[in-house]
Design a protein around this ligand. Structure first.
Ligand SMILES: [Zn+2]
Ligand SMILES: [Zn+2]
Length: 304
C-alpha cells in the first residue's frame, strides 16, 4: 500500500516519554514517525492528569506527584500546539487528550475544564478528546495484575467488574460526549493476560452491559477507537472484539484507527492488519475528523 492514502488515520496515540512515564521519546519524534508512517491524520491524545490517589506506583517511584502531572500536561499543551503548526501542509496533527473517569465524584467537571482549555492567545487548546475508562471504583484495570485483582474484589466478582466497566463506559459517553471512545473492551486485557475466565466476557449480563454502552456511544455520536494495541499486547485481537465491532456497526457507529502508540516503533504498527480485519468484518469505511478552515472539526467517512 502506498503511503498517504486518506484512510491512514489514527485518532488515539502519540503518547510520548516527554509527558508520560510509560512512554518513550519526545513528542516531536512521535510526530515525525507518524509522517514517516504515511499517516494523513495523526491525533495526539496524551493522558489527562490524575489526582494524588490515582498516581501509578511507577510514577511514585519517580517522585512524581499530582502537581507534576498537571505541569507536564500544561507543557504538553504548548508542545502539541507548536508541532501542529509546524506540520501543517505535511500531516494533519489533531490536538487531543485522553480523558479519565477519576476521581469518580469530580472527573466530569475536571475533564470538561481541560477540554475547554485556552492558549495564551485565547484560541482553543484542543481539537477533540478521547474518552477512556482505565479505572472502576478507583481501581486500575489495565495495569499490574494485582491491581486488577483488587478491582475484582471491589466489584465482588469478575462478571460484576465487567458489568461495572461497561456501565462506566456508558457514563463517560453520556456525560462527556467525547468525539472518540477509547479501547471499548479494555476490560478483556487483564482477563486474557492473567489467564482468568474469558467466558465471562460473553455472559448475558456482560453482553447486555456492553450493548447498553454501545447504545450510549451511538447516542453520544462518538466514533469508536479501533485500537490496534490489542495485537501488540498479545491479546490476539484488537479492541473491540469482532462481535462488538459488528454490533457497533449495526448501530451505525463509525470506527477510526488508534495505534495507541507510546514509542516511535508503535506509530502505525498494525494499521494494515487492522484494515484487513475491518474489511473481513464487513466494514468498508473509517470515520475521521478533519479540520476545516475555520478551525472546527468535520466528521468524514473515508473508504478503506
Ligand atoms: Zn498510556
Ligand atoms: Zn487508554
Amino acid at each position: 500500500m502506498a503511503a498517504g492514502e486518506p484512510w491512514r488515520v489514527s485518532l488515539h496515540g502519540g503518547h510520548s516519554g516527554e509527558f508520560c512515564d510509560h512512554a518513550e521519546s519526545t513528542l516531536r519524534e512521535m510526530i515525525a514517525a507518524a509522517a514517516d508512517a504515511g499517516y494523513c491524520t495523526f491525533g495526539v491524545t496524551e493522558h489527562a492528569p490524575r489526582t494524588e490517589e490515582f498516581l501509578y506506583a511507577e510514577e511514585r517511584v519517580l517522585g512524581w506527584n499530582a502537581a507534576y502531572l498537571q505541569k507536564l500536561f500544561n507543557a504538553y499543551v504548548s508542545e502539541v500546539n507548536r508541532l501542529e503548526q509546524e506540520y501543517r501542509g505535511r500531516l494533519q496533527v489533531l490536538r487531543g487528550f485522553e480523558m479519565e473517569v477519576v476521581p469518580q465524584n469530580s472527573y466530569k467537571t475536571w475533564m470538561s475544564e481541560l477540554r475547554s482549555m485556552r492558549l495564551p492567545n485565547g484560541d482553543a487548546a484542543f481539537d477533540y478528546a478521547v474518552g477512556s475508562v482505565h479505572f472502576v471504583g478507583g481501581h486500575q484495570l489495565d495495569g499490574k495484575q494485582d491491581a486488577f485483582e483488587g478491582a475484582i474484589d471491589f466489584a465482588g466478582s469478575l462478571e460484576a467488574l465487567a458489568v461495572m466497566y461497561y456501565d462506566q463506559v456508558a457514563e463517560i459517553a453520556e456525560v462527556l460526549k467525547p468525539e472518540v471512545i477509547g479501547h471499548f473492551d479494555l476490560i478483556k486485557k487483564n482477563i486474557i493476560r492473567g489467564g482468568l475466565d474469558v467466558s465471562v466476557l460473553s455472559s448475558s449480563l456482560v453482553r447486555q452491559a456492553a450493548s447498553r454502552a454501545l447504545n450510549a456511544v451511538q447516542q453520544a455520536g462518538s466514533i469508536l477507537d479501533f485500537n490496534l494495541a490489542g495485537w501488540r499486547k498479545n491479546l490476539g485481537e484488537p479492541y473491540p472484539s469482532a462481535h462488538l465491532l459488528r454490533e457497533a456497526d449495526s448501530l451505525g457507529i463509525g470506527f477510526c484507527f488508534g495505534d495507541d502508540s507510546h514509542r516511535p516503533t508503535e506509530v502505525g504498527a498494525g494499521l494494515e492488519q487492522g484494515r484487513t480485519f475491518l474489511l473481513e468484518n464487513g466494514i468498508r469505511t473509517v470515520t475521521t475528523l478533519t479540520k476545516q478552515l475555520d478551525g472546527n472539526l468535520k466528521r468524514e467517512i473515508l473508504p478503506l
